[in-house]
Ligand binder design. Structure first.
Ligand code: ADP
Ligand code: MG
Length: 268
């Protein structure tokens, strides 16, 4: 459809831009951040650590100015870190989606992602996993971990703080149709209205406050999953929650690589 075409054209253009910008900004932002850290240390020494009980007290206006400079440095450092995070997302986003893969067990991928996302997740909800089947897929491992981590962090962020016991994030795996496996990541968070559902896979689309989201998470997810020959879709109800559904081509049941299984198959 037309929308689909516009989407992939936008993706291609943004990927190219992202690769260029990400590369150009990476170095300067690294030294901006390092120098801010250096300045912060010097300031801390001036206003505190190198002063002893018998040092003459700082004139109040100087002490006040040092506090202001220190606050300004802290804000600058926050900003620099935010830029660094955007650049990191940009660079990941720009990697080709169809990276070479190895055989991996989906369960261990999800477990790695759960570990990485455990801080935001456990603060917001009870987490359940239901691995109905042990399945392997052929995947670029680190990128697939990132897909699940993005989905899990989004799930956590969709749940308002302070209601851990009433909220759930659930991950299930099951067999789909015709050699596909299905993984679902669902949450009981705020859900999404139609205008968000229409746009959530667009690069840079975010409803989160400045500094919290780059809006690249789901477009990275979709890139990676479609690069593997799979699909990523979503259902959501405002006030009830959301469920992201991934299908991936199955690489064969566990154990199929052993010769005795091949023999058994041959004997019928
Ligand atoms: P980001 O998380 O940086 O905003 P994403 O691409 O990961 O970017 O998500 C885009 C938008 O989709 C989010 O800003 C949010 O509005 C919506 N969204 C994604 N996942 C969920 C979810 N589990 N529940 C509710 N809204 C979601
Ligand atoms: Mg996100």
């Amino acid at each position: 459809t037309q929308r689909r075409l516009a989407y992939s054209e936008k993706m291609a253009a943004v990927s190219q831009l992202a690769a260029g910008v990400g590369h150009e900004i990476n170095n300067p932002i690294t030294y901006v951040s390092a120098n801010l850290g250096f300045a912060t240390e010097i300031l801390a020494e001036l206003s505190g650590t190198s002063r002893t009980a018998d040092s003459p007290p700082l004139p109040p206006e100087v002490a006040e100015q040092l506090r202001e400079v220190s606050e300004a440095l802290r804000e600058a450092q926050d900003g620099a870190q935010r830029v660094a995070r955007i650049v990191r997302d940009l660079r990941t986003f720009a990697q080709p989606g169809n990276a070479a893969g190895q055989l991996v067990e989906i369960r261990s991928i999800i477990e790695s992602a759960l570990k990485l996302a455990s801080n935001p997740l456990l603060l917001r909800a009870r987490v359940f996993c239901d691995f109905q089947v042990e399945i392997r897929v052929r995947a670029p491992e680190a990128r697939l971990v990132q897909v699940f981590m993005n989905l899990l962090v989004n799930a956590a962020q969709a749940i308002p703080p302070g209601h851990v016991e009433e909220n759930e994030v659930r991950v299930t795996t099951s067999l789909g149709t015709e050699g596909f496996i299905v993984v679902e990541v669902s949450d009981t968070g705020q859900g999404m209205p139609p205008e968000v559902l229409k746009r959530l896979f667009e690069p840079f689309f975010t409803t989160k406050p400045v500094g919290q989201g780059t809006g690249l998470g789901l477009s990275i997810c979709r890139n990676v999953i479609e690069g593997m020959g799979g699909t990523l879709t979503v259902r959501s109800t405002v006030g009830k929650g959301s469920a992201f559904r991934i299908t991936l081509p199955e690489a064969g049941p566990l154990g199929a690589q052993f010769p005795q299984d091949a023999g058994a198959a041959l004997r019928g």
